[in-house]
Design a protein around this ligand. Structure first.
Ligand SMILES: Cc1cc2nc3c(=O)[nH]c(=O)nc-3n(C[C@H](O)[C@H](O)[C@H](O)COP(=O)(O)OP(=O)(O)OC[C@H]3O[C@@H](n4cnc5c(N)ncnc54)[C@H](O)[C@@H]3O)c2cc1C
Length: 400
């Protein structure tokens, strides 16, 4: 019998525990500091859990050495991860962009099947039991947790990162790894909101649009994405913005440029002239009525220097040109990125050079493994981070 201890009952830890328990000679203990396993998982994908992406490959991952993920991703492509979940009873559906969700549209279903998978005679789940210290103990490990000492032959660190702190993201895993001699890179919040100067977004709070977004540093384009943009009381959120946040971390002099309309500027100008002619008595700042949500239309007018209190017929061609330009390029000064509290993922983590990319075993401490977000690998928005959690958890659980 081999005693396997897994610290962290999140996505990667549960996958590792299920895989490790397939060998009946393994006695698996899963330690979770929170009152129940998978608390963060239940909140993923706005409660729907975007559990993987059929397009998951190395190009979607980041870190000091993203190539570290190659072997695990090759061993566990989306097809194999979906087979793992199908065997647990989960029914899934693939949506736009290859994003995979449970058919139930409920993240709880993903958690349910994992918990069911853990219900085995050779698995013990200890919730509400934070691992506080770890040391080498002969050929194995001794972990202090909740006033007791747990001994193991092999140890898997699956503590996640410090992102999503409201859902339990903590620094514990890095400290436990450091106690065993491992180092980490700098940590940054990734897949998070951009903070912008308050003038515009605050009044637009809650409005969601489909837009192209460019991140500019002075006039240089640092990154460009398109998709969902949500205005919040502190700035911009949504999947298109999350993608840019990685490039924004630690930078200054940034501007987010929103292109809210696909049509060329001349076409927009012609449409605005038609609107001016058709509704001459309309209040000028309502000229975009019906083209966008009214609050956004009025905000675009304000941005272009058009105020209410006068009628549309008084608008000059130059004012309509300015408005058409704003519809294609509304610029908002970026004051920073939101912190770990709201970030979906931690960029940076345990130095991957200290782990074997094929087995995820430590190169410094035999019998120690790490998986998931704790490692210096993070993915794009769209199911790629959970994919890494499952793939690396399954690989670590093989205990090769
Ligand atoms: C709001 C939100 C939405 C997200 N949505 C998506 C999505 O739809 N798709 C996607 O791909 N990714 C999403 N992510 C990212 C994804 O959830 C994470 O990348 C993934 O959960 C990482 O898995 P993990 O096992 O490494 O860490 P986690 O899932 O964070 O699990 C780590 C676990 O370890 C426990 N732990 C920590 N320290 C200790 C200790 N000392 N002792 C015992 N236990 C400990 C924690 O309590 C936690 O349960 C989202 C993240 C957030 C915050």
């Amino acid at each position: 019998m081999e005693r396997i201890l897994i610290i962290g009952g999140g996505a990667s830890g549960m996958a590792a525990a299920i895989r490790a328990s397939e060998c009946e000679a393994n006695q698996v203990t899963l330690l979770e500091r929170q009152a129940r396993v998978g608390k963060k998982l239940a909140a993923t994908g706005n409660g729907r859990c975007n559990l993987t992406n059929t397009q998951a490959d190395l190009r979607r991952y980041h870190g000091e050495d993203p190539g570290f993920a190659a072997s695990v991703l090759a061993a566990y492509p989306p097809r194999r991860v979906l087979e793992f979940f199908a065997a647990l009873g989960l029914r899934t559906v693939t949506e736009y962009g290859g994003r995979v969700y449970p058919v139930s549209d409920h993240a709880g279903s993903v958690l349910d099947v994992l918990r069911l998978g853990l219900e085995k005679p050779n698995v013990t789940v200890l919730s509400g039991c934070p691992a506080e210290a770890v040391r080498r103990d002969g050929g194995g490990f001794a972990v202090t947790a909740g006033g007791q000492t747990l001994c193991a032959d092999k140890l898997i660190l699956a503590c996640g990162g410090c992102a999503g702190s409201r859902l339990g993201g903590v620094m514990d895993g890095y400290a436990l790894a450091a106690a065993l001699g491992h180092s980490r890179t700098a940590l940054y919040p990734a897949l998070t909101q951009l903070r912008t100067a308050p003038d515009y977004p605050r009044a637009l709070k809650g409005i969601r649009v489909d837009a192209r977004v460019r991140l500019l540093q002075r006039e240089n384009v640092l990154a460009e994405t398109s998709g969902d943009v949500l205005f919040t009381d502190t700035g911009l959120s949504g999947t298109a913005v999350f993608e840019l946040s990685r490039c924004a971390a630690g930078q200054s002099d940034l501007t987010a440029e929103l292109c809210l309309f696909d049509d060329p500027e001349e076409v927009l100008q012609a449409d605005l002239r038609t609107r001016r002619g058709r509704w001459p008595a309309l209040e000028a700042n309502r000229i975009l009525t019906g083209a966008v949500q009214s609050r956004l239309g009025q905000m675009l007018c304000r941005y272009a220097g058009i105020s209410g209190g006068v009628s549309a017929e008084t608008l000059s061609d130059a004012q309509l040109r300015a408005l058409a330009k704003a519809m294609r390029a509304m610029r908002l000064p970026v004051t920073g990125v939101s912190g770990f509290e709201t970030a979906q993922v931690t960029a940076g983590g345990l130095c991957t050079a200290e782990f074997d990319p094929d087995t995820l075993e430590s190169r410094l401490v035999p019998g120690l493994y790490a998986c998931g977000e704790i490692l210096d690998i993070d993915g794009d928005c769209g199911g790629f981070n959970l994919h890494w959690a499952w793939a690396s958890g399954l690989r670590a659980g093989e205990l090769r």
